[in-house]
Design a protein around this ligand. Structure first.
Ligand code: SF4
Length: 361
């Protein structure tokens, strides 16, 4: 169990002291992320949507934020980009609706706000893909306005700080968490304060191993049992799925089909086969990936379909459109879900090493 100092101060009674302790720590020890070097609301919105379902380390290591801004440096450039470019720049981050929403938001700023990013909480909240947390983040990080925010990190910090023992997803808990965010927020310096609060959750008040001895606000913290908080509703049960995909190659081109589901709509991937239609086809690769609460076994089968050949409706699921894509010129540029990109790369590598590759005539 975590060693933790006893509470000696009440954050709601000594709000200024609480804010000061947090901000002093952040000024001395806060991390220098690329999105903290800008006050451009568009860039802040990009970073917030990127970080919604992706780890900070992933965004940093692969320079997603910097590369996005190099390609779409402003609202106008993003508003005019093609969907292919948009999805390509987002490739690897998953949850592609975030990229589409960014473009929709850019178009709303152009059409409804004359190209000037709005600076009121209400108008930012009205942009596509922007929830209450994101609106608070843009207002405080870009404009230094006293806008409260609660994300997963802040919810964890508050539930421990106030020893909140109800499941945090309930309406009553959410109301309480936002009320604390509002009560503790300083009138001036919301940019630093909100950054500090979130970083406390990322670095010290972590889910599995809270470091209470190093915590700058331990004197204000009520819980005696941080690891038990926050309480959450039981997670959704994991669903196991098997996907059979077809790897057909002809004259240096592979057959791909476009996703039509809501999550990865517009991206290109290997065509999927109904299980009964995969029987007897050679297996080129078995791999696994996870998406939301699904655990997917992806089995890639080979078939000698030639370009131009009519594909039997019994062979493939009914998922048009499909196209043949040149492996050298088109394939590197086309937007694909990461698990399929990895699978295709692996099959090609196996082919180059001649491992179990029986498709070439
Ligand atoms: S806020 Fe988190 S890290 Fe700080 S003392 Fe409380 S439980 Fe520990």
């Amino acid at each position: 169990m975590t060693e933790k100092p006893l509470q000696t101060r009440d954050p709601l009674e000594e709000t200024s002291a609480f804010q000061r302790a947090l901000i002093d720590w952040f000024e001395a020890d806060g991390r220098d992320y690329p999105w903290r070097r800008t006050t451009d609301p568009y860039a802040i919105l990009v970073s917030e949507l990127m970080l919604q379902q992706t780890r900070i380390e992933t965004v940093l290591e692969r320079r997603y934020f910097e590369r996005w801004l190099e390609r779409f440096p402003d609202i106008a450039t993003l508003a005019e980009a093609s969907e292919t470019e948009l999805l390509k720049q987002w490739e690897g981050l998953g949850y592609y609706n975030r990229a589409r929403n960014l473009q929709k938001a850019a178009r709303v700023v152009i059409d409804d706000h004359g190209g000037v990013f709005p600076d009121s909480l209400e108008k930012v909240h009205d942009l596509p893909g922007v929830g209450r947390y994101t609106a608070g983040a843009v207002l405080s990080f870009a404009y230094d306005r006293p806008a409260p925010l609660v994300d997963g990190n802040v919810a964890r910090v508050f539930s421990r700080l106030f020893d909140h023992r109800s499941a945090i997803e309930t309406t009553a808990s959410q109301k309480q968490l936002w009320a604390w965010a509002d009560d503790l927020l300083p009138e001036k310096g919301a940019r630093e304060y909100n950054s500090a609060l979130m970083e406390l959750g990322q670095r010290h008040c972590t889910r599995a191993a809270p470091d209470c001895l190093a915590c700058p606000v331990s004197a204000f913290c009520a819980t005696r049992d941080p690891e038990a908080l926050p309480r959450k509703k039981p997670p959704r049960e994991t669903v196991h799925v098997v996907e059979h995909a077809l790897f057909a190659i002809s004259g240096g081109r592979i057959l791909l089909e476009q996703e039509s589901g809501s999550r990865r709509r517009g991206l290109w991937r290997l065509p999927l086969l109904a299980e009964k239609n995969a029987v007897g086809l050679p297996v080129l690769l078995r791999t696994k990936y996870a998406i939301t609460h699904h655990r997917v076994d992806l089995i890639v089968h080979g078939a000698t379909i030639q370009e131009g050949q009519v594909v039997e409706p019994t062979l493939l699921n009914d998922h048009p459109p499909r196209k043949w894509v040149d492996l050298e010129s088109e394939y590197p540029e086309i937007a694909m879900p990461s698990p399929f990109r990895k699978a295709v790369d692996q099959v090609i590598e196996n082919e180059n090493n001649q491992i179990d590759f029986k498709l070439r005539p």
